[in-house]
Ligand binder design. Structure first.
Ligand SMILES: NC(=O)c1ccc[n+]([C@@H]2O[C@H](COP(=O)([O-])OP(=O)(O)OC[C@H]3O[C@@H](n4cnc5c(N)ncnc54)[C@H](OP(=O)(O)O)[C@@H]3O)[C@@H](O)[C@H]2O)c1
Length: 266
C-alpha cells in the first residue's frame, strides 16, 4: 500500500520537482496539492505529466479534506505555520521544508504535534551537504567554544536568516552559547554589525545578487580556524532526495524533530 501525500506549494520551484519525484516513486502517491493560482486544475496538466491526476486546491482546508498520511509544506514563510498547525489538527504527519519559522513557531508546532501524537520533521535545508554541515558543525562545537555563522543568499530572499542558518544556530545551541570575549552590548559602534543573536550564535546574513544559498560555520581557536561551508547550486534537485527520505521516516516519529540527520544513520 502506498503512502498518501498532500503537497502544499506543489507548483513552486521546489514543489514542482518534488511532485514529479513523488509521482515517480512506486510506494508514494500524490493525492492532493495546494496552490492559490492553479486551484481547480489537475496538477498533471499544470506540470505536463499525462498520467498524474492529482487535484489542486485553492485553500488549505480543501487540500486537507482529502485523506492523506503525510502533508509536505513548501509554500512561504508567512503562511507555513498556519498550514502546519492545520495539518497537525487534521491528524497528519508533516514534513516542513518552508523556511522562516521562528523558535516560538517551532515551540507551538512541537506542542501541537505532541498533543495530536503525530510526527513533524522540519529541516531548514534538505540537501545532503547542508545536512552534513549541521552534523559536522555540531561535532566541532564540542571542541571549539567560539564560532559564528555567515548566511549567504540572493538579493531577493525575503526572510533572514535563512532556514539553513537558523537551524545551524539551533543545533549549535544544543552544545551551548558561543563564547564572546567582548559581550555584544559592549561593542564600540553599531551593535548590529556583530550580526543577530540566534540561539546564542551571532549570525550574519548577506543578501546579494550572485549568491544562491550558502551557509558557513566558522570556528576559531588561538592561532587556528576551521570553516565548514555548504553551497547550493541553482536547481531544486538537492532538496528532493532529502524530502523523500523525510516523507518515508516522519510516520515513525512523535512530536517535532529538527534536522534530517536525526533520521539518518551515521
Ligand atoms: N528546506 C529546504 O531544503 C528548502 C529548500 C528550498 C527552499 N526552501 C523554502 O521552501 C519555501 C518554498 O520555496 P520555493 O522556492 O519553492 O517557493 P515558490 O517557488 O515561491 O513556491 C511557493 C509555492 O507555494 C504556493 N503558495 C501557497 N500559498 C502561498 C502564499 N501565501 N505565498 C506564496 N506562495 C504560496 C505557491 O503557489 P501559488 O502562488 O499558486 O499559491 C507555490 O506553489 C521557501 O520558504 C524556501 O525558503 C526550503
Amino acid at each position: 500500500m502506498s503512502l498518501k501525500i498532500c503537497l502544499l506549494g506543489a507548483t513552486g520551484w521546489v514543489g514542482k520537482e518534488l511532485a514529479l519525484a513523488i509521482h515517480a516513486e512506486a510506494d508514494l502517491s500524490l493525492v492532493s496539492a495546494y496552490s492559490r493560482s492553479h486551484g481547480g486544475e489537475n496538477l498533471g496538466k499544470v506540470l505536463g505529466v499525462a498520467d498524474m491526476a492529482t487535484p489542486v486546491f485553492v485553500t488549505i482546508e480543501e487540500a486537507l479534506a482529502v485523506d492523506a498520511d503525510v502533508v509536505v509544506e513548501y509554500t512561504a514563510p508567512a503562511v507555513a505555520k498556519t498550514n502546519v498547525l492545520a495539518a497537525i489538527a487534521a491528524g497528519r504527519h508533516v514534513v516542513i521544508g518552508t523556511s522562516g519559522l521562528t523558535e516560538a513557531d517551532f515551540t507551538e508546532i512541537a506542542a501541537a504535534a505532541e498533543k495530536q501524537r503525530v510526527g513533524v520533521l522540519a529541516a531548514g535545508n534538505f540537501a545532503i551537504t547542508a545536512v552534513l554541515l549541521q552534523r559536522f558543525a555540531e561535532i566541532a562545537a564540542k571542541y571549539v567554544p567560539q564560532w559564528e555563522v555567515i548566511d549567504y543568499a540572493g538579493a531577493g530572499k525575503k526572510d533572514a536568516p535563512s532556514g539553513t542558518a537558523r537551524e545551524l544556530a539551533y543545533r549549535l545551541s544544543q552544545q551551548g552559547d558561543s563564547l564572546k570575549e567582548v559581550p555584544i552590548d559592549q561593542t564600540v559602534g553599531p551593535k548590529e554589525s556583530r550580526g543577530a543573536d540566534i540561539n546564542g550564535t551571532q549570525v550574519h546574513s548577506l543578501r546579494l545578487p550572485g549568491f544562491i544559498l550558502s551557509a558557513e560555520a566558522i570556528f576559531g581557536l588561538p592561532d587556528e580556524r576551521l570553516t565548514i561551508r555548504h553551497d547550493a547550486g541553482s536547481s531544486a534537485r538537492p532538496y528532493v532526495a532529502g524530502t523523500l527520505l523525510a516523507i518515508r521516516k516522519v510516520g515513525g516519529l512523535k512530536g517535532l524533530t529538527r534536522g534530517l540527520d536525526q533520521v539518518m544513520t551515521f
